[in-house]
Design a protein around this ligand. Structure first.
Ligand code: FPP
Length: 271
């Protein structure tokens, strides 16, 4: 079993977000229907959540259904809705017992009414838990989130002069949370697909060819080690890490990120 030693624990990301990709290809490789891949992907959540708690990660965001996924065949869409329903029904008590706080990112109102109610109840039941925040992005799109935020800012009558980055952050689904430090994408695709478009400005990316159902704690550990070796400058310089505090802080919570890390030369001036 992999355990992070003290040195490794020094720079554990506070917020890890995962694009859980490759369920379909995992299933195809085994001659199984796509939904079998989604079910295997769901089974994989439990050990990964446990590993996050153990490694000291504070927030885990998982992308389970995009605003574009409605275009998939009806059987697959219905299957994914059923998976969410089952997950809440079967796992909620255990997650609550483990101190996991559930949050939903995305549209609620396109989901069947009963499912909307279940999601709201799960969020309400776990609202005071502090061990790990689990953001489930379901019917989520990064552009849609920004459009949503702008609409609400206008509806709230905010004067243009008061619109700044902190205000925008406070209108995102992740309001009050630090931005993701590390975004993992499984199955090797080199694109963001608009995941956490606003919040990912300074996130580190880790892409692995492993399909999501096979992504295990060893792979998570490898991602954390890779993250630790990155040189995060938030647009500033290496010596003073001199970025303005509003950029370095988790946009949502105003808390500065730790400016620790190895002095590794980095050739990318935009990093
Ligand atoms: C992408 O793989 C994955 C999804 C669209 C669904 C992810 C959902 C789960 C892992 C189940 C967890 C569900 C909940 C409700 C928490 P893909 O189907 O696009 O794979 P492919 O690119 O190989 O076809």
């Amino acid at each position: 079993m992999t355990v992070l030693d003290d040195n490794e624990l020094e720079r554990v990301p506070r917020h890890v977000a995962i694009i859980m990709d490759g369920n379909g290809r995992w299933a195809k490789a085994r001659g199984l229907p796509r939904l079998a891949g989604h079910r295997a992907g769901t089974e994989n959540l439990k050990p990964i959540i446990e590993a996050c708690v153990e490694f000291g990660i504070e927030i885990l965001t998982i992308w389970a259904f995009s605003t574009e996924n409605w275009r998939r065949p009806e059987t697959e869409v219905k299957g994914l809705l059923r998976i969410l329903q089952k997950m809440i029904r079967r796992e909620l008590r255990e997650l609550h017992k483990q101190g996991v706080r559930l949050r939903h990112l995305g549209y609620l109102d396109h989901l069947p009414e009963r499912l909307q109610k279940q999601v709201c109840e799960a969020v309400e039941l776990t609202r005071n838990n502090e061990r790990l925040i689990l953001n489930v992005a379901f019917d989520y799109g990064g552009r849609a989130e920004i459009v949503d935020a702008v609409r609400r800012i206008i509806t709230d009558g905010v004067p243009p002069g008061e619109v700044d980055e902190a205000l925008l952050s406070s209108y995102m689904y992740t309001a009050g949370q630090p931005d993701p430090d590390l975004i993992i994408r499984t199955s090797g695709e080199m694109r963001t697909s608009g995941f956490m478009l606003w919040q990912s400005a300074y996130a580190e990316y880790y892409v692995t060819p492993t399909f999501w159902p096979d992504f295990d704690r060893e792979e998570l550990h490898a991602a954390l080690i890779a993250y630790k070796q990155r040189d995060r400058r938030f647009g500033g310089l290496k010596d003073d890490c001199g970025s303005p505090p509003d950029l370095k802080a988790g946009a949502g919570d105003g808390r500065a990120r730790p400016a620790r890390g190895p002095e590794v030369p980095n050739a990318d001036p935009h990093a």
